[in-house]
Write a protein that binds this ligand. Structure first.
Ligand SMILES: Nc1ncnc2c1ncn2[C@@H]1O[C@H](COP(=O)(O)OP(=O)(O)OP(=O)(O)O)[C@@H](O)[C@H]1O
Length: 576
């Protein structure tokens, strides 16, 4: 029955967002990313001694010292270069690893929440949209965590270290850098606000387009039959045009932010170059603590100036990752939040129900949402162990809803359900559901063989079990005719009655099956096929408790008892 993959205890709590996605995350992620950022910052800071060695070598060569004087600095440069690469690679690897682990954790939370959300929850995200968020958009978290977070730390540390090294050489060069640097983050922040909004809109548009496409592809036959192809194509064009516009808006902002940064970085370096050049020519005689700037000092400053802006440039390159990453995190959080939950979990002990159980419903009340009307109110029912019950009632009186409540697909607002002496609650729902089968009007048939559709890869189901199940469902002849050939998607190749009997065969394969909930199994079938399905259902229900919601008087007549629900939830024994 149930489809949940995770225990209810794993049910995600959506973390409060405080504007900084990383700070609200578990500590190991934060501290791991900090370690990666420190490694990468150290790698960047290695350029300072490298620049000093280069400047010293340049000064010595210019002073006519020959190549002997630069051998040791060259070796030092090489060693530092290698250390720099190692630190940078180690930091990058660590950040990437942490980001992937965090992505998997977030995905697991979102899929666990999705698997625990009730299939009768109308507000559940469209399948295409949910698939797009979990599969595609979630990937954007990796560059955000692996590049933006370490990049931000590097941008706030490395320029300060470089500034501290330039200041003792020339206060004016340090001052130029000090004024040029803050302009960049200010503009980036201004642009960033717009970037995030644009990214969120783009992600919504991508998810929307995916959801729309999947939905319409599923209903392609209906669209064709009702001659709505042009209208659908037009809508599709509108949706993709909107996605194009939103993608262009994001790109425009990304280009704008890089242009702003390049402009300020180039201006800063140019001003330093002008100052160093004129100082070396003797035109400028101020800006140092003592005397004039010599060639070694000038070279040192000139080599460090671009490195001062480098972390900021890197941050700008990953600025867009932040907007996209935070939008993806938000989308995953919304996927994991709220909705109507199913009760219990799927990985509970199966086989806990022994023998066909009695079922008692006491004062049951239910509504689909807080602001929606009560569908059931004060509903009572007593069923004996192994009893077969037909549930009649006008359309919309709540028959399917009642079956959903018995299977724990939604929690009741009031009252209790007792199955075989155990009250249906969060800790019992999983094991009780393991003893149930749901046979609805439209069972989902996968593309594949009939046998594969019956066993569904469930462990412990042998070929003999499938043969027995085919016999129970009276489907042997169809299976024989098909041989090993494949059914099409959605059960193409089977009639409605055959698809229903396949669902009965699936249920028959469950060795723990004790309760059968059938929701209008004979609806839309001709009399002969309905009779066949009825016989298969009765065969399956031998020695088991059965509740059938139906409008079919012939099916109802085959049950031990028939009751009728009316709009006021008053249960009446139906007249024979
Ligand atoms: N997933 C849902 N979310 C919100 N309301 C729902 C949902 N499913 C059904 N309803 C509403 O609950 C009421 C009872 O629906 P339900 O499907 O249980 O009736 P039913 O007796 O099984 O009807 P039918 O005989 O036509 O199948 C209806 O008013 C319906 O509109």
């Amino acid at each position: 029955m149930g489809t949940a993959f995770f225990d209810a205890r794993d049910k995600p709590e959506v973390q409060p967002r405080d504007g900084d996605a990383v700070s609200s995350r578990r500590d190991p992620v934060k501290s791991g990313l900090r370690r990666a950022a420190i490694l990468q910052s150290l790698a960047a800071a290695f350029w300072i001694p490298q620049a000093a060695l280069l400047a010293i070598s340049g000064g010595r060569i210019a002073a006519g010292g020959g190549l002997q004087g630069v051998v040791w600095p060259a070796l030092g440069l090489l060693a530092l270069g290698m250390a720099r690469s190692c630190f940078d690679a180690a930091g990058g690897r660590l950040a990437f690893h942490i980001a992937r682990v965090e992505l998997s954790r977030r995905r697991q939370i979102a899929t666990a929440a999705l698997s625990l959300s009730s299939p009768i929850d109308r507000s559940r995200k469209a399948s295409g949209k949910a698939a797009s968020i979990v599969g595609e958009q979630a990937e954007l978290i990796v560059p955000y965590l692996a590049r933006f977070y370490p990049g931000r730390m590097k941008a706030s540390l490395v320029p300060l270290i470089i500034l501290a090294c330039i200041l003792p050489v020339s206060w004016i060069a340090a001052l130029v850098l000090l004024f040029a640097a803050p302009l960049i983050p200010i503009f980036m922040a201004l642009i960033g606000w717009r970037a995030q909004a644009a990214s969120e809109k783009q992600l919504v548009a991508t998810g929307g387009l995916n959801g729309f496409l999947l939905d319409r592809l599923r209903g392609l036959a209906t669209i064709r039959a009702l001659d709505a192809v042009d209208a659908t194509a037009l809508r599709l064009r509108r949706e993709s045009e909107s996605l194009r516009l939103r993608t262009m808006a994001v790109l425009k902002i990304a280009f704008l932010s890089s242009a702003v940064l390049e402009l300020f970085a180039a201006l800063g370096v140019a001003m330093i170059a002008v100052y160093v050049g004129f100082s070396l020519l003797g035109e400028i005689r101020f800006g140092t603590w003592a005397g004039r700037l010599d060639l070694t000092e000038g070279l040192f400053i000139l080599l460090l100036a671009p490195a001062f802006f480098e972390p900021l440039r890197e941050l700008s390159a990953v600025w867009h990752d932040r907007a996209a990453g935070e939008a993806a995190l938000k989308a995953l959080d919304t996927l994991a939040a709220g909705g109507l939950p199913i009760r219990g979990s799927a990985d509970a002990t199966v086989g806990a129900v022994t023998g066909a159980p009695a079922i008692r419903l006491e004062n049951l009340a239910f509504r689909y949402g807080a602001d929606e009307p009560l569908i059931l109110n004060g509903f009572n029912l007593d069923m004996a162990a192994g009893e077969h019950l037909a549930l009649l009632g006008a359309s919309g009186s709540g028959k399917s809803t009642l079956l959903s409540l018995i299977s724990g697909l939604a929690p009741c607002a009031d009252g209790r359900i007792v199955i075989g002496g155990a009250e249906l609650a969060d800790d019992t729902a999983g094991s009780l559901r393991g003893a149930m089968a749901w046979i609805g009007q439209k069972p989902h048939i996968f593309a594949g063989t009939i046998a594969g559709n019956i066993s569904l890869g469930r462990p412990g189901i042998a070929r003999g079990d499938v043969t027995d199940a085919l016999a129970t469902a009276r489907l042997e002849k169809v299976a024989e005719a098909y041989g090993g050939r494949l059914l099409g998607e959605g059960g193409i190749g089977l009639s409605g009655g055959e698809a229903l009997r396949l669902a009965i065969a699936r249920a028959a394969c469950n060795p723990h099956l004790k309760i059968i909930l059938a929701d209008e199994p004979t609806a839309h079938l001709d009399a002969a096929t309905a009779a066949e399905v009825t016989e298969s259902l009765l065969l399956l229900s031998r020695g088991r408790t059965l509740i059938v919601a139906t409008h079919d008087p012939l099916l109802a007549a085959r049950m031990h008892r028939t009751i009728r629900i009316d709009a006021d939830c008053i249960v009446r024994e139906a007249a024979e």
